[in-house]
Design a binder for this molecule. Structure first.
Ligand SMILES: [Ca+2]
Ligand SMILES: [Ca+2]
Ligand SMILES: [Ca+2]
Ligand SMILES: [Ca+2]
Length: 467
């Protein structure tokens, strides 16, 4: 039977196809349960901030007690010719991001690090102000829930760099915040500073802890707090900045008086003839007060870089190390997080989660809080986090950030990384979720059908009108 080519038929078909196409998009949204159980895929990458003309880099991530994710990063404003600090927020587990706050001055602001106190959801963003080439200051902007206030951490005439911030989570209104950073005497002589705030970031005890190793270098710090209220700071240490470095850790009680940390260990270094550690990242169990993990990059002159870990299960007296990934590719710039982010609980015995570059791509592994360690790829995800067309930015330091988030009783990671698939550096986010590929694939079929149907409708209309 011949079906007459009525315009209204084509319009109807077009409408139906359009509805189908739209519904396939809504399938993407409604099926997304990034923290859902049983998932074995990573979601499609989402842009944290869409600016293809300027660079976004140096991300740092945190979770609040409502499960909202925040990324602090530096954004280069080419018109302004300065770096600014941007903070983006996601209320849907990293699927979509909106710009939450910007911090700008007449100077460049660099190297942000973010922490959230889950007791009151205050947000702390520490960063560097480039007062001059030889004088950088450390500042911290605090969001109380209604307003942002910028506080001075260290604004003396010295050159202070690369803050890393951590917040207590388990002492209620008595939670403290801590910032480790490096004091750059000269390129080859750098010291470790740690500042502490006991009043929600209003004031900071500068030089709460201080280490210098004489004319040697302490650099690339990362800080965390343990379940029982100790503070752990890891850094790379060496004779000079470009020489082979070992990985040190300094730790002490949160209540200790100003001065050197009571304890320090070289957790990886010259022993066994293995050295060349850099860019350590640290996380502490939210259940076991003695369980701390450090991940770092091992620099090998003759071959390629690997990613390693070192951990203690006795509060820092003993450390054991092993490989996370040591293939023939360059593995670089690892970051570690632990289940329990955004929670005040002290009984989350979950996973330690590591994201790092593997060649040009971003990889991810996790290991459950236990020994012996087994760092496994996320199930069903043998491929890089970046899509095949994507490329990372593994030449950039501190170019990945990760956090954990809770849903349906389970903890899940989110990973943000610096990516150069477009013309400038961008930040992309992803999290495990249900397979988003099928709806996307359907929309690829439906959209052309919609276009063809529309074209036919136009042709039919023209034929009817005789034009
Ligand atoms: Ca200064
Ligand atoms: Ca020194
Ligand atoms: Ca390697
Ligand atoms: Ca960009």
């Amino acid at each position: 039977m011949f079906v007459k080519l009525e315009i209204r038929n084509f319009l109807l078909i077009s409408l139906l196809v359009a509805i189908l196409a739209l519904s396939s998009i809504s399938i993407v949204l409604s099926d997304v349960e990034p923290q859902g159980t049983g998932s074995d895929h990573w979601m499609v990458d989402s842009l944290v901030y869409d600016d293809d003309g300027n660079d976004e880099s140096w991300p740092s991530m945190a979770t609040d007690s409502n499960g909202n994710l925040y990324v602090a990063y530096q954004h280069y404003d080419s018109g302004f010719e300065r770096y600014r600090i941007y903070i983006s927020k996601s209320t849907d587990a990293g699927l979509t991001w909106t710009l939450f706050h910007t911090i700008q001055k007449s100077t460049s602001l660099l190297h942000p690090s973010i922490a959230i106190d889950p007791h009151d959801n205050r947000i702390y963003v520490a960063y560097e102000e480039e007062v001059s080439t030889s004088n950088h200051d450390i500042l911290c902007s605090v969001y109380s829930g209604t307003e942002w206030i910028e506080r001075v951490v260290d604004n003396d005439s010295q050159n202070d760099r690369f803050p890393s911030i951590a917040s207590d989570y388990q002492f209620g209104s008595n939670n403290y915040q801590y910032i480790s950073y490096e004091f750059l005497h000269s390129y080859d002589d750098r010291d470790l500073n740690v500042a502490k705030s006991t009043d929600q970031g209003n004031s900071w005890q500068k030089n709460w802890h201080y280490r210098n190793l004489g004319g040697r270098v302490l650099t690339q710090t990362s800080i965390t707090t343990s379940q029982d209220g100790h503070v752990y700071v890891t850094c790379a240490a060496g004779d000079d900045y470009n020489s082979q470095k070992w990985i040190n850790i300094y730790y002490g009680d949160r209540a200790s008086v100003a001065g050197a940390f009571e304890n320090y260990e070289t957790i990886w270094g010259y022993h066994d003839g293995l050295y060349g550690g850099s860019w350590p990242s640290i996380a502490a169990s939210h259940a076991d007060p003695d369980f701390i993990v450090v991940v770092f990059q091992r620099y090998l002159i003759s071959t390629n870089d690997d990613v390693l870990y070192s951990y203690t299960n006795d509060g820092g007296a003993s450390w054991y190390w092993g490989n996370i990934s040591n293939t023939g590719y360059n593995e670089r710039h690892p970051v570690v997080t632990v289940d329990g982010e955004g929670s005040t609980s002290t009984s989350v015995a979950g996973y330690f989660r590591v994201a790092y570059y593997y060649g040009l791509f971003t990889h991810y592994k996790q290991a459950y809080h236990s020994t012996p360690w087994s760092w496994t790829e996320y199930p069903g995800r043998p491929n890089p986090i970046s899509s095949g067309s994507g490329s990372g930015a593994n030449d950039q330091e501190r170019s990945i950030a990760t956090t954990t988030q809770k849903d349906d009783g389970s903890w899940w990671p989110n990973v943000v990384w610096t990516d150069s698939r477009r013309s400038s550096y961008d930040l992309y986010s992803t999290t495990p979720g249900n397979n988003p590929i099928i709806p996307e694939f359907l929309s690829l079929i439906i959209m052309p059908l919609f276009m063809i149907a529309t074209l036919l409708a136009v042709i039919a209309y023209r034929r009817k009108k005789g034009i």
